[in-house]
Design a binder for this molecule. Structure first.
Ligand code: PEP
Ligand code: MN
Length: 267
């Protein structure tokens, strides 16, 4: 497979120049207080590049918390204004994109359930046409189909988006596994081989599904030369309205980031 995408996102959207790029924040924006208190502690760590928070939540079944919607975007915008940190959220359709841009979201990511649909991706890519200085991160599809993942990059690229990166969040499986989504590292390694210009960020939270697995998955990603980490972080993880088992406190995130052995370019 040949992939010719001339992207160089980390240079252009990370205001810092250290690696790995760190994206952290709650699975969902729940209340203004929850978001601001988490964000302040993350900012204090001095190592977080982008605050993440889901505003529209793709829940498996109805009657679960489906996100705070546009209200949550106002809270995110407030955090950006007060703390001067870049903000990121998941978008799944053109309307989400329009609203995210309206409230100054810097980093838009496409969720795993959306990457599986070329129609949805094309509509979103069209909505990004002509938009400058925003990063689009694309999670792998829920199933291990590399072509579909690459197709999503190509669609955004053709629409003119150059700030692109991949997020590896593991793959659904019916086999028994200690992981919520099996990492099947050969897939992101293959992506790196055929499209080395696309940075890859690892999401150990959705791979592991349990907070105790986050360190080892993150270390593995660093050992494999991944470019960044997206780690779900909540002020009070056990009380989180979504993905409670896999979120860590900002304090624990600080320990994880300190303990990780990061491979440097020359080693
Ligand atoms: C998320 O990041 O909270 C999320 C829903 O992730 P994924 O698309 O990887 O399931
Ligand atoms: Mn989540």
């Amino acid at each position: 497979m040949k992939v010719e995408l001339n992207v160089n996102p980390i240079e252009s959207w990370a205001k810092t120049n250290h690696k790995p790029l760190i994206i952290a924040g709650p699975c969902s924006a729940e209340t203004p207080e929850q978001l601001m208190s988490t964000a302040k502690l993350l900012k204090d760590l001095g190592k977080v590049d982008v605050l993440r928070a889901g505003i529209w939540k793709p829940r498996t079944r109805p009657n679960a918390f489906e996100g705070s919607g546009e209200e949550g975007l106002k809270w995110l915008a407030e955090v950006k204004k007060e703390l001067g940190i870049q903000i990121g959220t998941e978008v799944a359709n053109p309307e989400h994109i329009e609203l995210a841009l309206k409230y100054g979201v810097d980093v838009l990511w496409v969720g795993a359930r959306t990457t599986v649909s070329p129609f949805a991706i094309q509509e979103m890519a069209d909505a990004m046409a002509g938009v400058k200085d925003k990063a689009v991160l694309i999670k792998n599809p829920t199933h291990p189909e590399l072509g579909l993942w690459i197709g999503a990059f190509e669609r955004f690229y053709r629409a003119g988006v150059r700030d692109l990166a991949a997020i590896h969040r593991g793959f659904s499986t019916i086999d028994k596994s200690k992981f919520r989504n099996v990492p099947t590292w050969s897939i992101p390694i293959e992506l790196k081989r055929i499209a080395p210009q696309i940075p890859i960020i690892c999401d150990p939270s959705h791979i592991g599904g349990k907070r105790d697995l986050i360190f080892e998955i993150s270390q593995k990603a660093m050992d494999l030369g991944f470019d960044g980490l997206m780690i779900e972080t909540h002020i009070d993880p056990d009380k989180a309205w979504s993905d409670a088992d896999q979120q860590v406190t900002p304090e624990r995130l600080g320990e994880i980031l300190t303990d990780l052995k990061i491979r440097t370019q020359s080693t």
